[in-house]
Design a protein around this ligand. Structure first.
Ligand SMILES: *[C@@H]1O[C@H](CO)[C@@H](O)[C@H](O)[C@H]1NC(C)=O
Ligand SMILES: *[C@@H]1O[C@H](CO)[C@@H](O)[C@H](O)[C@H]1NC(C)=O
Ligand SMILES: *[C@@H]1O[C@H](CO)[C@@H](O)[C@H](O)[C@H]1NC(C)=O
Ligand SMILES: *[C@@H]1O[C@H](CO)[C@@H](O)[C@H](O)[C@H]1NC(C)=O
Ligand SMILES: *[C@@H]1O[C@H](CO)[C@@H](O)[C@H](O)[C@H]1NC(C)=O
Length: 551
């Protein structure tokens, strides 16, 4: 193994500078990946790299696999001996420093694909929104990781829509793709590709791939991953389903790969699918894959087990290592790539198995939420527990139109304030009710659940946007907001998760990533906000104080 302590010292000596070690970025041309320095095709030879369980008692909800250099050093030789060139990481803690691990991996020719979500901040398939809170989480990860040239790409979601009952969640994920691509551009970062990772559901597989691949370049994915567990035990290209999948995906105009693979119904795994994946049967269409997964956990997908902080290889590891050592996929040159012309058509949204509208929700706009909040004469009371919001929503939405705070990914209709926090949305509709009752003080009381704000006033720079949003929030807001200063006003300070009950998702039958990033309900606590964002209650107290100051 190439691992030596002197090279590690060299790495840590340079670790304070981001991207001190630079690998050529990987770029997308047509439906393949290439090294940007020389146009040689790049195949993912990947490993899913994230401990699946939270560390009990550590206070962390997940363990960032790139946050601790000793762990990265410990694992590097094992990753190298599997010929790994890509790690998939499911959840990044943006407050940690990633220089050491990223540079260590860069020096060893290893790229990283990072999911942008984390377990408690991801798009919830049962109540999907693309919210201010999630936008902040996603951009925080982009900000934290963009400087490393060995970031191969980002996943804007993992298995959010997972069958034909929740295809209406996909417009929200595609909006996340769109907004991260535009954020990267706006910030003048390197053009890091943004993609999506899907489960393998027979009813929706083709429509889902087409949906994320379709439409304007600005909206569609840069690459597409499918978590694939069809080849179990000894199988063949034809028998496994790989041949059919290859046929189904051959028209896609972006790179596609297995964002997880490795069925474990027969153990130890033989990894005979590796030879097929990197053979000419598949490489016209597929760009390799990511084996699920490094760590042995209760689900028995591990390549190694860790005990006393020592790595022990399992039979799966040895078998995979042999399989990876024998592949030699055909290598193409970017100069020979064919770039498809025209726009890939989106699947119809009126199919029994596919309802996702091609019309996407708007970009979350924290300032607009702040404008709206500051214009309200009645808001949810500061001491209302967020667990009680659901009841209040259900009561008030019987009295007034809640279209301004709702979003429907099947109809393609999105309320102007649907991306705001729960407290903001609830305040908006409580205020509509108050207005409908001619601002009678008794209409902003409801057993102490709501409170009157005297002389609300949003900055003048809010007026065009608020007027475009319309009287019930169903208008299309394009006007910019000016004059909102976050340090002195409410901008972004009322925050919190969605009002739905917290749900946990189970792994797909084949057992894909239970680690972070899978669609999970936003937390209802309102207490997990990142630095600089105060809790719901604090925000409303601040709101009242700010309004009081205006009187
Ligand atoms: C292109 O560059 C990559 C990264 O440095 C290298 O691995 C690959 O071998 C190069 N291709 C050729 C044809 O030299
Ligand atoms: C991120 O890391 C910090 C510092 O170790 C820790 O306090 C925090 O809980 C972590 N966040 C998550 C979501 O695990
Ligand atoms: C669809 O997925 C959801 C969420 O995982 C699950 O609860 C539901 O049972 C699934 N429905 C069908 C028809 O498979
Ligand atoms: C791929 O494109 C061909 C030619 O347009 C078309 O006939 C075929 O149905 C497409 N396949 C899929 C799976 O979309
Ligand atoms: C996989 O590992 C098992 C147990 O070590 C071994 O018996 C088997 O021959 C290996 N398979 C391959 C394809 O190397």
């Amino acid at each position: 193994m190439k691992f030596s302590s002197s090279s590690l010292l060299a790495v840590s000596a340079t670790a304070t500078a981001v991207a001190a070690v630079s690998l050529p970025a990987i770029e997308v041309v047509g439906n393949k990946f290439y090294y940007s320095n020389n146009g040689t095709q790049f195949y993912l030879k990947g490993i899913a790299y994230q401990a699946d369980t939270a560390v009990a008692g550590s206070g962390q909800s997940f363990v960032d696999p790139l946050g601790d250099i000793d762990t990265c050093k410990r694992d590097l030789p094992y990753l190298k001996s599997l010929n790994t060139n890509t790690l998939r990481v499911y959840a990044i803690n943006t407050t940690l420093d990633h220089d050491d691990c990223m540079n260590l991996f860069a020096e060893n020719d290893i790229y990283v694909i990072a999911d942008l979500s984390q377990p408690s901040e991801s798009i919830n398939r049962d109540d999907p929104t693309w919210s201010v809170e999630l936008y902040k989480r996603y951009t925080d990860v982009v900000d934290a990781m963009h400087g490393y040239t060995n970031v191969l790409g980002f996943f804007a979601g993992n298995e959010v829509t997972n069958n034909n009952t929740n295809t209406d969640a996909s417009p929200f994920v595609k909006a996340a793709v769109r907004d991260m691509k535009s954020y990267i551009k706006e910030k003048d970062y390197r053009a890091i590709p943004v993609g999506y990772s899907t489960n393998d559901d027979a009813d929706t597989r083709v429509q889902m791939a087409d949906y994320f691949n379709c439409g304007d370049d600005a909206d569609r994915v840069d690459f597409y991953g499918i978590n694939m567990y069809e080849w179990c035990g000894s199988s063949t290209f034809e028998k496994s389903g790989y041949a059919d999948r290859t046929d189904e995906f051959k028209n896609l105009t972006v790179p596609v790969f297995f964002s997880e693979y490795g069925c474990n119904e027969v153990r130890p795994r033989q990894f005979s699918e590796v030879a097929a994946l990197y053979s000419d049967d598949m490489t016209d269409v597929w760009s390799g894959g990511i084996v699920y997964m490094y760590y042995e956990e209760a689900n028995n997908y591990g390549l190694v087990s860790i005990s006393d902080n020592k790595v022990q290889t399992l039979s799966d590891f040895n078998n995979l290592s042999k399989a990876m050592a024998t592949i030699s996929p055909s290598i193409r040159a970017s100069s020979d790539a064919s770039i498809p012309s025209g726009t890939f058509q989106c699947p119809a949204s009126t199919q029994s198995d596919w309802k996702a509208s091609p019309s996407l929700p708007p970009t979350p706009n924290d300032d607009l939420c702040a404008c709206m909040t500051q214009s309200l004469g009645c808001i949810v009371a500061a001491d209302v527990d967020e667990d009680d919001y659901a009841d209040l929503f259900s009561w008030v939405c019987d009295q007034v139109s809640c279209d301004g705070i709702n979003a429907d990914g099947a109809k393609g209709t999105y309320g102007a304030y649907a991306f705001c926090s729960s407290a903001e949305k609830l305040s908006y509709v409580l205020n509509l009710y108050y207005l409908s009752q001619k601002s009678s003080s008794s209409a902003c009381d409801s057993d102490g659940k709501a409170q009157i704000v005297n002389k609300p006033s949003a900055p003048a720079g809010c007026s065009s946007a608020l007027s475009q949003a319309g009287s019930v929030g169903t208008g299309n807001v394009v006007a910019a907001v000016t004059g909102i200063s976050r340090s002195t006003t409410l901008g972004g300070s009322i925050s919190g998760g969605s009002a739905v009950a917290k749900t946990t998702t189970s792994k797909s039958s084949a057992g894909s990533s239970a680690a972070a990033g899978e669609s999970a309900a936003a937390s209802t606590s309102g207490k997990k906000n990142s630095a600089g964002v105060v809790t719901v209650a604090g925000g409303l107290v601040a709101a009242v104080a700010a309004f009081a100051a205006l009187i």
